[in-house]
Design a protein around this ligand. Structure first.
Ligand SMILES: C[S@@+](CC[C@H](N)C(=O)[O-])C[C@H]1O[C@@H](n2cnc3c(N)ncnc32)[C@H](O)[C@@H]1O
Length: 168
């Protein structure tokens, strides 16, 4: 976990979060799962008053999801570089440095996008987020599906040549 944290600190310091980060106010759509969540909220007319984004990175999804200051918005991430950037970009959102043990209370809406596949204990990750979700709330845990042509090619290259998931 320490290695992974350092790895993410390095990525955020070098600005390489752009490989998975596609948030900008000029974007009309986000990548699949993120846009799916936004669309679902609109379609079901959901109006969560509290939101937790675990593994929030620089806080862009939390900000994109809701710009309303009257909502409780909490982001948690174990990368100090990401959390420092998040705090400077979005001072009205509550960003917390840490991991699952930093989760306190319950929320109407809990998201974990591209995080569970990195955790040492995915079952614990799920349990902690489930417990943090209000009874009638929503929990979204999103992870990549490598059971497709792109995934199989990457996994093969990764196993044979230690090919990185990001190039650059
Ligand atoms: C692929 S990035 C996704 C960032 C963000 N969720 C998004 O959709 O843009 C994964 C994020 O999870 C964080 N992360 C990974 N494992 C974590 C853990 N055990 N506790 C807290 N944060 C973690 C990393 O620091 C990184 O910011």
């Amino acid at each position: 976990m320490v290695d992974l944290r350092e790895y993410y600190n390095k990525l955020y310091s070098e600005g390489k979060e752009k490989y998975w980060n596609d948030y900008s106010d000029s974007n009309q759509t986000l990548s699949g799962s993120r846009q799916f969540i936004i669309d679902l909220v609109k379609r079901k007319n959901l109006n969560p008053s509290s939101i937790l984004d675990f593994g929030c990175g620089e806080g862009n999804f939390l900000n994109y999801f809701s710009k309303k200051a009257n909502k409780i918005r909490v982001g948690i991430d174990f990368s100090s570089v990401a959390i420092e950037k998040a705090k400077s970009f979005y001072p009205k959102i509550n960003f917390i440095l840490g991991s699952e043990d930093k989760i306190e209370g319950t929320y109407d809406f809990v998201t974990s996008i591209g995080v569970i596949e990195h955790t040492d204990d995915p079952a614990l990750h799920f349990k902690k987020l489930y417990i943090a979700t209000n009874r009638k709330g929503h929990l979204f845990i999103v992870c990549p599906n490598h059971c497709n042509t792109r995934g199989i090619i990457w996994q093969t290259l990764s196993l044979l040549f230690d090919f990185p998931i990001f190039i650059g």
